[in-house]
Design a protein around this ligand. Structure first.
Ligand code: ADP
Length: 472
């Protein structure tokens, strides 16, 4: 990724422009892109939720309709059973139908003219149940109508008794369910069939009101889902936008950092090229500048490469047991010359006699502590003191790098771990520091499940604390 950044940067405008680059919020085209993506996300979300809600509504509707239908069919069956038992108890042939008790079936008509006599006294319980919605038909085994009772649906065909359950429609399109039961005499011979049917008009009306309620509920839910989708898509896009913005900022910063040494090399080369002759001393000076700047470039590019590898976890960590006492001693040995040159007293404080061993990538842990010590020496004036302390706190190994240098204000402490951030860019730049040291240190700490924190006071000094799980 770092090489991508480098090639992007070298081939693009950041190299040509002057001054420190900064990336603001998304430009018009980028804004359009993010807005379009947000819209697409919201449409997908609303579409999926809408489909799920519609299917759910259909399911609920089917369940209600089915439950009602089953209840009504059960009711039809119980009415049919009651009428069947009453008829079978008194009648055993078509000729005896007039014997049906009038209080039970007062409106039973044997033909269009002959109906059973007027009823005296209060209506029978069975009659109260069926008289408004039910029709009763008695047909002989050849499906000829013998008698009718209850309501009289217009244009409802007289059907054969099989299958026993039938769904019928009258000429107005009104639905009915009908059940047929065999009427038998004492010798178990079927002399007729009783057909009891019920109008589904009230049921259809009820289902129509359920349909409307569900439809209204669905429309309201869809409106809410659409609003929620728009809001949620913004929430989902936010981290993408942030990381896009960070990458842009990072690319611009990297370009700026690369431009400085490149510009120095170019200016040096151009100034020498303009001279008709060049002495050995001038050649030596020129090459020194070019060498220093290319070293700076090399360090910067390898820092970018390391950061990118840490980010993408491309290269797995080469973990092994590392003794932190050995690691710290090696670093102090390496930094001793630099500390002497800067007139800084570099000290070690091992607060434990037993070796503190951690499981990690030794090369990276070395780099982490080295960056902290390098900073401590760089940002401490001559005559200062830098101390490396090693402690063990329960299951944690703790490395403290403290100095009595310039310190960092509270406001800056929140930013110093950002890539390319330098409190005093001019001073750090002169020292060849690019502002990646702490970002790399923190990335390494995170990849080892550790933490890196800072405590500092301006003009008093700073303490960077790195802790990570220790091996028992
Ligand atoms: P640099 O390469 O500039 O040192 P770092 O990421 O290592 O970048 O540090 C970021 C900034 O944090 C530095 O520019 C410096 O201003 C500040 N800083 C880091 N360590 C110390 C320290 N020990 N004392 C004071 N300031 C520090």
């Amino acid at each position: 990724m770092a090489w991508d950044i480098v090639s992007t940067v070298l081939g693009n405008s950041p190299m040509k422009s002057s001054g420190k680059l900064s990336v603001g919020p998304a430009s018009g085209a980028q804004y359009q892109l993010f807005r379009r993506s947000r819209l697409r996300l919201a449409i997908w979300y609303a579409g999926v939720m809408g489909t799920i809600l519609t299917l759910l509504g259909l399911g609920v509707y089917q369940a209600i309709a089915h439950a009602h239908e089953v209840t009504i069919d059960r009711e039809i069956k119980s009415v049919a059973d009651a009428v069947h038992d009453a008829i079978e108890a008194t009648v055993s042939s078509p000729g005896q139908l007039s014997r049906v008790p009038p209080q039970l079936l007062p409106d039973l008509c044997l033909s269009a003219e002959t109906c059973l006599g007027p009823q005296n006294g209060p209506p029978h319980r069975l009659q109260r149940t069926y008289q408004y919605d039910y029709y009763i038909r008695i047909v002989d085994p050849a499906s000829r109508l013998l008698a009718t009772g209850g309501i009289r649906p217009e244009g409802l065909p007289v059907t054969a008794p099989f299958p026993p359950w039938q769904a019928l429609q009258d000429e107005k399109g009104q639905d009915y369910h009908q059940v047929a039961l065999a009427l038998e005499n004492e010798s178990q011979e079927v002399w007729a069939y009783l057909m009891v049917g019920r109008s589904f008009q009230d049921f259809d009306q009820y289902l129509s009101s359920v349909r409307w309620s569900l439809l209204l509920g669905l429309l309201l839910s869809l409106a809410l889902v659409t609003a929620a989708s728009w809001w949620l898509s913004a929430l989902a896009m936010r981290p993408i936008y942030q990381s896009y913005y960070q990458i842009q900022q990072f690319t611009a910063d990297a370009a700026h950092e690369l431009r400085t040494p490149l510009a120095a090399i170019r200016a040096t080369a151009e100034s020498v090229l303009r001279l008709p002759h060049i002495s050995d001393k001038e050649a030596q000076e020129t090459l020194t500048v070019v060498n220093r700047q290319s070293q700076r470039l090399t360090t910067l590019v390898s820092d970018l490469l390391l950061l990118s590898r840490l980010d993408s976890k491309q290269r797995p960590l080469v973990k092994s047991a590392c003794c932190l006492q050995d690691l710290i001693s090696d670093i102090v040995e390496e930094m001793a010359a630099f500390a002497i040159a800067e007139e800084i007293a570099l000290a070690i404080d091992f607060q434990t006699q037993v070796p503190v061993v951690v499981f990690g990538d030794e090369e990276q842990l070395y780099r982490l502590v080295l960056n902290l010590v390098n900073n401590a020496i760089t940002y401490t004036p001559a005559g200062g003191q830098v101390t490396l302390t090693l402690k063990r706190k329960q299951q944690q190994a703790l490395v403290l790098v403290s100095d009595n240098g310039i310190g960092i204000s509270l406001e800056q402490q929140a930013k110093i771990f950002d890539r390319f951030y330098r409190v005093d860019a001019a001073r750090a730049g002169q020292a060849g520091n690019s502002g990646l040291g702490l970002a790399i240190a923190q990335s390494i700490a995170k990849s080892h499940s550790g933490s890196l924190t800072v405590a500092s006071q301006l003009k008093q000094g700073s303490t960077f604390a790195f802790s990570l799980p220790a091996l028992p």
